[in-house]
Design a protein around this ligand. Structure first.
Ligand code: TGC
Ligand code: FAD
Length: 392
């Protein structure tokens, strides 16, 4: 890998709108990524492994539960800090951001919002410190975009336990997670969140191998065969698909920022390369065709930054809507994937090798555009919001 000399583009002086705390969180995360992620990540991506040794460091910078109250072990940051942290982590690699997103928004968030006080005290501090790693099981083999039709179900054993059957597919970190937040239906077809612990009899989590995308994040299944779960592991404060969708809102918000990080890295790498690469006696940056690519990249990055910054203000104020989050997730991932594709071309053949990060970002973004609601689903959410008609 090339030395990591990343400097973020800031064409509209967005820094002027950030507080000292925001800048501190961003700069601390950036330094941590330069030191701990950039030197190793290419090897992990080539091998298709997650660098577990970074988990304590992720916890130390506050990436596990950054918006969770300190009394439960979180860093209690605001949502712009959370976003900037996701931006910097994904600038390193989407798989690293994924781990922080899942732990914070999909595991700690539901326990914090829908858990009992006993569950919060039992799990949240250990999740914040990285002593426990969690995963989130919503998607099933036959139900991805339409989780309301899920088949996973449980019945009451008439005493202190429920019995869970079913399976989940495409679950980030499932093969090594200590706990799983799993969504399943009760006997009345009502969806509930359950806390499943590794070691429960009948529960297994095989890895899904041979991905071309998000290779630094381990993905797998969750299989439940007559798993006996104490009733006290049901999240008691909210049931229904809406509870799971609230978790997705939090994660999708973070992804809208994260995608900007990947886009920035591709832009910066291709800009530097274009200034240095000489063809026909001039840097290729002096050619109009390459300038068009670079100028369009910085324009789209700047628009995405402003979108996410405004979204962060709305989220801090508690005035955000799910449809606003969908628009930002969809837009920012799309611009990032387009920027990655253009940036790769600017590097010519050099764009396809691991010495540069672009191709890795490009492949990662193929997952990011599908998970947490596909590109199409987010468009349909916007469509429904503005027309009032459900076109799913
Ligand atoms: P619908 O009938 O619209 O809604 C069901 C109930 O939920 C309520 N609701 C919400 N509540 C809170 N927050 C939201 N954002 C909500 N959206 C809807 C709604 O009011 C209703 O409540 P009630 O009381 O009337 O029952 O649901 P639908 O079945 O029509 O589906 C809507 C749709 C398609 C938007 C939703 O199913 C969807 O978003 N599908 C996409 C699935 C998805 O995103 N899966 C992601 C899996 S997790 C993942 O990918 C992790 S990747 C992690 C990583 O590595 O980073
Ligand atoms: P489908 O829902 O089968 O969609 C297939 C295609 O049909 C898509 O293009 C979609 O846009 C389109 N489509 C679907 N419905 C409509 C419609 N109504 N109108 C028009 N077009 C439609 N899930 C979890 O629960 N937890 C995780 O941790 C997790 N991690 C993941 C990690 C990776 C690397 C990946 C790739 C996925 C992960 N997912 C996870 C699953 C992810 O959320 C789903 O893949 C996603 O929601 C889409 O579901 P699907 O793949 O079944 O596609």
């Amino acid at each position: 890998m090339k030395p990591d000399n990343f400097i973020s583009p800031d064409y509209y002086n967005l820094d002027d709108l950030l507080s000292e705390e925001h800048k501190l969180v961003r700069d601390t995360t950036r330094s941590w990524v330069k030191k701990n992620i950039s030197p190793i990540i290419e090897k992990n991506a080539q091998e298709g492994t997650f660098p577990k040794e970074i988990l304590p460091g992720l916890s130390e910078i506050g990436a596990f539960g950054c918006f969770i109250p300190q009394k439960y072990g979180g860093a209690e940051m605001d949502y712009i800090s959370y976003g900037l942290m996701m931006q910097e982590l994904e600038r390193g690699d989407s798989g690293i951001r994924s781990t922080a997103s899942v732990q914070s928004s999909l595991v700690m968030f539901p326990i914090w919002k829908f858990g009992s006080e006993k569950q919060k005290k039992k799990y949240l501090p250990k999740l914040a410190s990285g002593e426990l790693i969690g995963c989130f099981g919503l998607t099933e083999p036959d139900h991805g975009s339409d989780p309301a039709s899920m088949k996973s179900h449980f019945r009451d054993d008439g005493k202190n336990h429920i019995i869970l059957n079913g399976s989940k597919l495409w679950i980030s970190n499932s093969p090594f997670a200590d706990i799983a937040i799993v969504w399943a239906k009760d006997e009345k077809n009502r969806i509930h969140g359950l806390i499943i612990e590794r070691g429960m009899e009948g529960f297994s989590s095989p890895e899904t191998k041979n991905k071309w995308s998000l290779r630094t994040s381990v993905t797998g299944e969750l299989i439940f065969n007559q798993v006996r779960i104490p009733k006290e592991n049901i999240l008691p404060m909210k049931s229904g698909l809406g509870a799971a969708l609230m978790c997705l809102d939090s994660a999708r918000y973070g992804i809208s920022w994260g995608a900007i990080g990947a886009a920035m890295d591709c832009y910066q790498t291709s800009l530097n390369y274009a200034k240095e690469r000489i063809q026909f006696d001039k840097p290729i940056a002096a050619k109009q065709l390459q300038q068009k690519k670079l100028a369009e990249m910085i324009t789209e990055i700047t628009k995405a930054q402003l979108l996410s910054y405004r979204l962060g203000i709305l989220k801090n104020e508690g005035n955000i809507t799910s449809a606003q989050i969908s628009m930002a997730k969809r837009n920012n991932v799309e611009i990032a994937i387009n920027i990655a594709r253009e940036a790769r071309q600017i590097l010519g053949a050099m764009g396809i090798i691991g010495e540069y990060s672009i191709m890795r970002h490009m492949m990662n973004l193929e997952s990011v555009i599908t998970y947490e609601g596909t590109h199409d689903i987010h468009l349909l959410i916007t469509g429904m919001d503005i027309t009032g008609f459900n076109a799913f």
